[in-house]
Design a protein around this ligand. Structure first.
Ligand code: OOG
Ligand code: MG
Length: 263
């Protein structure tokens, strides 16, 4: 006789952390457990975070998911989401993609904020969010879904910490007041060929809207975005697969250039 599977947020977290550790992609969890909703998914995210912290990792910030039309179209999900960043996800500038840790890495250029003051929603506006920013930097995020073929629902992706992999931040910090972030452009290159481009306005109209969304969504769950944290505001363009031996670069108008070897 078959025992019915007992699903819970803790079980979802355990499945996805095991998939991450063993570099084994799996099918959508929501396909197996239709009751997996956004609430449970965010709880699974927090359970997984507690596990990461128990292994000695330290929170470095948060990352937005699916904040641009490009990403929403690519993934077939049109609702933004937020997830955790820890120091284990920091890729120091100049190092290659840590391919041995990842399943199927994809790169995406992002605009990132470093906070000088805590931010806690609900009710945080984009202007209030921007006033809490110390510096703006360019970033490349290397995402890595635990779902085969990056096929997932919104709840699946949230439970999977928004496909977190590693991230590298750029070399030219600016004060937010010195830039028009809606107009800050980025060229995405693979092996020297421009394959996509976007400006900051691709991110919810302005990256500060993504920061406000993060503060409000985390705030609804009782979490504060802390001073010193980095906030990745979400991929500006489609994410691109990072072939072995390739070189991916993001060139920003004011925020400098970041190059990552595919490993
Ligand atoms: C979900 C995570 C998305 C972003 O910047 O949109 C994300 C995915 O596309 O796998 O990090
Ligand atoms: Mg991203």
């Amino acid at each position: 006789t078959e025992t019915a599977t007992v699903w819970s947020a803790a079980r979802v977290a355990d499945i996805l952390l095991t998939a991450e550790r063993t570099r084994t992609a799996r099918m959508s969890i929501q396909a197996e457990w239709p009751d997996l909703d956004l609430d449970i998914a965010y709880t699974a995210q927090d359970v997984a975070l507690a596990d990461r912290l128990s292994r000695g990792e330290v929170i470095t910030g948060v990352k937005l998911g699916l904040t641009s039309r490009a990403k929403q179209r690519q993934m077939g999900v049109d609702v933004p989401s937020v997830a955790w960043l820890t120091d284990a996800m920091v890729l120091p500038a100049g190092l290659p993609v840590p391919r041995a840790q990842l399943i199927h890495p994809r790169a995406e250029p992002e605009i990132a904020f470093v906070l000088k003051r805590p931010l806690k929603g609900p009710g945080v506006t984009a202007a209030q969010a921007l006033a809490a920013v110390d510096t703006v930097v360019g970033a490349i995020e290397i995402i890595d879904s635990r779902y085969s073929g990056f096929k997932f629902t919104l709840a699946d992706a949230v439970a999977d910490n928004n496909s977190s992999g590693v991230y590298v931040t750029g070399p030219v910090p600016h004060r937010p007041a010195d830039l028009d972030l809606g107009l800050e452009a980025c060229l995405l290159e693979v092996d020297g060929h421009v394959i996509d481009s976007a400006t900051g306005a691709a991110v919810l109209g302005h990256p500060a809207e993504a920061l406000a969304f993060a503060a409000n969504t985390m705030g609804a769950r009782g979490h504060t975005l802390e001073a010193g944290w980095t906030v990745l505001t979400g991929g500006m363009t489609d994410a691109v697969a990072v072939p072995e031996g390739a070189r991916v670069a993001a060139h920003f108008t004011s925020l400098g250039s970041i190059t990552i070897a595919g490993g």
